[in-house]
Design a protein. Structure first.
Length: 292
């Protein structure tokens, strides 16, 4: 089944525009263990219902949205009234301008989407805008109305598609100095050199496809044990020894880095399989020699 577009409208660059549609690029709930709320005694699943202090339980169809302007006083809006609020970015992504990707602090990045051409008639215009941005190595800054609010967005060409990312506003981002006091510690040259050695010995590739949620696996093991009627095995985090001091910890870390890496379980298994035929061949040779 084809994915449902999250938003449809136009991508506009100056006087050039193309019909486009928006798709969410992530799924927070995909393949995740989820739980339902049950009553602790009956284990019946409970339902979340709307309740009015005068009329009791109410149907969802009877609900309207209200804005509280004073305590317990509201102005009421119908869905039709809210739908009538339309501004340019409700249906058109009008590119304001372009910036270097490095100019956008990652803390402002919010939710990613894919912006796709909506129909064959849009392909050429979409492709021209995307290719021009790719060659210029620029990111477009614009606005869009989604989920009942106007959002600042960044659009970048990525692997043959335009990726749109909503951006947080300045009042949504908290400054670090509100939580972290200025660091006043004096850095030892020896400690810094050893820390750099450890970093230099740990290059890796960013491979999110190889990430496994070990916490979720531990929860799944508990679920399976419960289903099988067994006592669940509770995983515990390994206990860490107390660090005596920074320099000692750094020296121990460097020693650990110098040790050859232990063979993985799969490698040990493969090595064992290779050794078995050799041992079998040796026994066969001994029998043949004995017969002669």
């Amino acid at each position: 089944m084809a994915a449902r577009a999250y938003w449809k409208g136009y991508l506009k660059l100056s006087l050039v525009s193309a019909p486009v549609k928006l798709f969410s690029a992530t799924s927070a709930s995909a393949n995740k263990v989820s739980f339902n709320y049950l009553h602790k005694d009956t284990h019946n699943r409970v339902n979340m219902r709307y309740h009015d202090p005068e009329r009791g339980e109410v149907d969802r169809a009877d609900l309207v949205k209200g804005y509280q302007f004073e305590k317990d006083r509201y102005v009421v809006f119908t869905p039709e009234e809210l739908e009538a609020v339309q501004i340019e970015s409700s249906k058109t992504i009008d590119i304001d301008g372009f910036v270097n990707e490095s100019e956008i602090d990652p803390i402002y990045l919010d939710s990613p989407y894919y912006l796709a051409p909506n129909g064959p008639v849009a392909d050429e215009t979409y492709a021209v805008i995307m290719e021009a941005m790719r060659k210029a190595k620029k990111v477009a800054v614009a606005r869009i109305v989604i989920s009942g609010r106007e959002r600042l967005i960044a659009i970048a060409p990525e692997d043959g598609v335009l990726r749109l990312t909503t951006l947080r506003t300045n009042h949504e981002v908290r400054a670090a100095d509100a939580y972290v006091e200025p660091i006043k510690a004096k850095i030892s040259a020896d400690a810094l050199e050893m820390a750099q050695q450890i970093i230099a010995k740990r290059p890796i590739k960013f491979e999110p496809d190889k990430f496994v949620d070990r916490y979720e696996l531990a929860v799944l093991d508990m679920v399976k044990a419960k289903i099988a009627g067994k006592e669940p095995v509770v995983s515990k985090a390994p206990e860490r020894g107390q660090v005596i001091n920074l320099m000692d910890a750094l020296r121990r870390s460097i020693e650990e880095e110098r040790r050859p890496a232990a063979a993985s379980k799969a490698e040990r298994k493969a090595g064992s399989a290779e050794a078995k035929p050799a041992a079998s061949k040796s026994k066969g040779a001994q029998k043949k020699s004995g017969k002669g």
